[in-house]
Design a protein around this ligand. Structure first.
Ligand SMILES: C[S@@+](CC[C@H](N)C(=O)[O-])C[C@H]1O[C@@H](n2cnc3c(N)ncnc32)[C@H](O)[C@@H]1O
Length: 232
């Protein structure tokens, strides 16, 4: 995507210690460590299912990108060479592997240990915000999307690849309902029952371009997805 006027304000370079910045994230040592290891080990397999759609949604990203819930770095492979990544990642158990991924890919990483509901980035300062598999987990997707709009410059782009609720009455939807509690417990609050297409479409972006798709993984509740781009 080509950059457009007006020029973005510079992103703040303030760095503070993670322990000072964690807000509203329910930190759990055992599950935090499990999720960090899970996404480190399974990241390649998950990305293999999603990469065709991520290739489109995350194409031509600018050099500086803000990422919601960067996890252990699943999306670094989609960043341009020499990229700078502002990672909004409140889970401290992700940070060591996230730094390791950045080192191995040559990404200039800045971790902000804040929640997506309160992004520590100035208004209208970002060209691009990305997320994958995050809006299912945040406490308040509407508040996060409002923050995404706030930090994007006019014409800036939000690119996303998320898993969503299946169509009502389908076996996948029943499974998502039945497994909702253990799923949320294991995956730190993740819900497979969110209509995130509607949430993004009603979040006040100028345009939204998204597609629904299905992956074929053994994790049935996780198989219904959306990917696309919204312009601020
Ligand atoms: C399922 S993982 C996905 C990680 C990565 N984006 C990926 O695709 O592999 C969800 C991520 O969102 C983060 N997260 C949870 N609540 C959040 C919040 N309120 N704001 C920002 N990130 C959050 C978690 O710490 C975790 O790294």
């Amino acid at each position: 995507m080509t950059t457009r006027a007006p020029q973005p304000a510079p992103l703040t370079t303030t760095r503070t210690r993670a322990s000072e910045e964690v807000v509203e994230f329910d930190e759990h040592p055992a599950r935090g460590r499990f999720n960090s290891a899970f996404f480190w080990v399974m990241g390649g397999y998950i990305d293999w299912h999603m990469h065709t759609h991520k290739d489109t949604a995350f194409a031509d990203l600018p050099r500086t990108v803000v990422e919601l819930g960067a996890g252990v770095g699943a999306n670094m492979r989609y960043l341009p060479v020499g990229a700078r990544l502002i990672a909004i990642e409140p889970n401290p158990y992700m940070h060591t592997r996230l730094r390791r991924a950045a080192r191995s890919r040559g990404v200039d990483l800045e971790i902000r240990s804040v929640v997506g509901e309160r992004i520590d980035v100035p208004d209208g300062s970002a060209d691009a915000v990305i997320s994958s598999l995050v809006l299912c987990t945040v406490s308040d997707p509407g508040a996060v999307l409002a923050e995404v709009r706030r930090v994007l410059r006019p014409g800036g782009r939000f690119s996303f690849a998320e898993h969503v609720a299946a169509r009502p009455g389908t076996p996948t939807r029943w499974t998502q309902r039945i497994l909702r509690r253990p799923w949320a417990w294991i995956f730190e609050g993740c819900s497979c029952e969110r209509d995130l297409a509607r949430a993004i479409q009603s979040a006040g972006f100028t345009t939204v371009d998204l597609s629904h798709y299905r992956i074929r993984s053994p994790l049935l509740p996780f198989n219904t997805h959306i990917a696309g781009t919204a312009i601020a």
